[in-house]
Design a protein around this ligand. Sequence first.
Ligand code: NAP
Length: 247
Amino acid sequence: MNLAGKVAVVTGGSRGIGRAICIRLASMGALVYVNYVSRSTAAEETAAIIRQAAGRAEIIGFDVADGTSVQNTFKKIVSEAGSVDILVNNAGITRDGLMARMKEDDWNVVIDTNLKGAFLCAKAATREMMKKKWGRIVNISSVSGFAGNPGQVNYAAAKAGMIGLTKAMAREYASRNITVNSVAPGYIETEMTELLSLEAREQIKKEIILASFGKVEDVAGAVAYLVSDDGRYITGQTLHVNGGMYM
Ligand code: NAP
């Protein structure tokens, strides 16, 4: 599982699942660009953890939903590091609410960040990957995109959309030796799931056959496998990391 010499960009790498992915890829030898949108201190913390373990990391602030900013940032990374070999589209937000009361803005911001953001970053990254005829892209989807979830029509639509994006991209880029896969977490302990009430957590746990929420490292391990040489013959697939709550 050696990523020495590879350059990885992890969107939303400042905290939660993204931070664990950054740490894991850096431990495999990649130079990791830790993206954040607002919490630069959290991104610095991720980079510091990596450097303390003798890994290599840089932080990079940009909004994945802003096309111009994405383009400029990827150009900057390539001029600094020479390439982008691995992209993990992990940045994501929720704006939950029942559909009858959901505002158009809540729909737009979730689709823009979670789905359009993945498209924009993948478009910028593949430009570089095609030149090297090597690339790995992993899109972080969600069990909500497969099973649906009341109160999350915006989020579920974006996460299901990422699966279509993954499959269509896999077909378009296979001849360039670029694999495109998805990881669909179930419920993982992060700030995102801290928002759930105690009752909601207990209810959800009843549906998880392994009987607990997952850890960020569980998702990072799946990503590590897909971007490593062990995953070289896998493309267009989704790896479900959900304790068996959805099959
Ligand atoms: P989190 O703790 O809320 O962290 C979200 C991350 O996304 C932060 O690093 C944040 O940056 C970044 N971000 C948000 N909007 C952004 C934007 N416009 N541009 C760039 N970065 C942006 O989330 P998480 O729980 O780790 O989730 C990570 C991914 O896994 C998401 O895509 C989420 O949908 C998915 N997922 C999570 C779970 C779960 O149970 N936690 C389950 C299924 C899927 P700042 O720190 O700067 O705000």
